[in-house]
Design a protein around this ligand. Structure first.
Ligand code: ADP
Length: 248
């Protein structure tokens, strides 16, 4: 595995006296798929929101590619290549699949003048780039379909395509399998594996068979602290992990 690309040191978050995350030290290796798991209430979402800069830590620091981003805004972090999936939130249901990705590309390039981006010629130039992203996530055949007509799994693929439009080095995925049936889970797992090539991924995920299948490294949280860390074979045999899940 590569060198650490995202590092948290002593990351803590307190909500009115309640310690949701306590002194978390985390190191995500470049090119890895790293999962953050734990029973309900363990602090996964809080930790994820701290790492994606949606919450400010009470203490601790976050380093991305050697740079202190503890106080950097989410949009600026995205510009550094650290992108949270569903950051752009919604897929626009009435727009076509292609238009959704084109809008994400326009957002990335908005530094240029507005008039420039309204020109037909430029919009069509973006169509080529959007189509390439749709090919990457296996949605090229659906480019002209309204986004709302897609299956659940394909909508997730579209969300991933809009995230890739921001040209990330690292993706942070919040429960990518949430609410999915088995077929969509399999499709999404192979998509995550595909987009992980040349990128780093950190995901919070409840589906432990997906975590086992995809992850190079797993960090287990319980009561706001790191309980165990390692590959799936190691952590699944750890009595503290078994107990935390059974006791939850
Ligand atoms: P997980 O995602 O592992 O289920 P969370 O990070 O959502 O855990 O929550 C960890 C703990 O912090 C829970 O006990 C939760 O009630 C508490 N918590 C989370 N967000 C807030 C908040 N905004 N205000 C107060 N308590 C919170």
């Amino acid at each position: 595995m590569g060198e650490p690309v995202l590092v948290a040191r002593g990351l803590s978050k307190e909500f009115r006296g309640f310690q949701a995350v306590s002194g978390v030290d985390l190191s995500v290796a470049r090119g890895s798929i790293h999962a953050l798991i734990g029973p309900n209430g363990a602090g996964k979402t809080t930790c994820f929101n701290l790492l994606t800069k949606f919450l400010a830590p009470s203490s601790g620091e976050i380093i991305y590619k050697g740079r202190d981003i503890t106080r950097t805004k989410p949009a600026d972090v995205a510009r550094l290549g650290l992108v949270r999936s569903f950051q752009i939130s919604a897929v626009f249901g009435r727009l076509t699949v292609l238009e959704n990705v084109r809008i994400a590309l326009q957002r990335r390039k908005r530094g240029d003048s507005f008039d420039f981006w309204r020109s037909e010629r430029v919009l069509h130039a973006l169509d080529g780039e959007a189509l390439a992203l749709l090919e990457e996530v296996g949605l090229a055949a659906y480019s002209a379909a309204p986004a709302l007509s897609l299956s659940y799994g394909r909508k997730r693929a579209l969300e991933i395509a809009t995230t890739l439009a921001l040209d990330p080095d690292m993706l942070l995925l919040d429960e990518p399998m949430a609410g999915m049936g088995r077929e969509d889970v399999e499709q999404t797992a192979s998509l995550i594996r595909h987009v992980s090539v040349g990128r780093t991924i950190l995901m919070v995920e409840h589906n432990l068979s997906v975590v086992a299948e995809l992850s190079d490294r797993i960090t287990v949280l319980a009561r706001g602290r790191i309980l165990a860390e390692g590959d799936y074979a190691t952590i699944s045999k750890d009595p503290r992990v078994v107990e935390a899940y059974l006791g939850a």
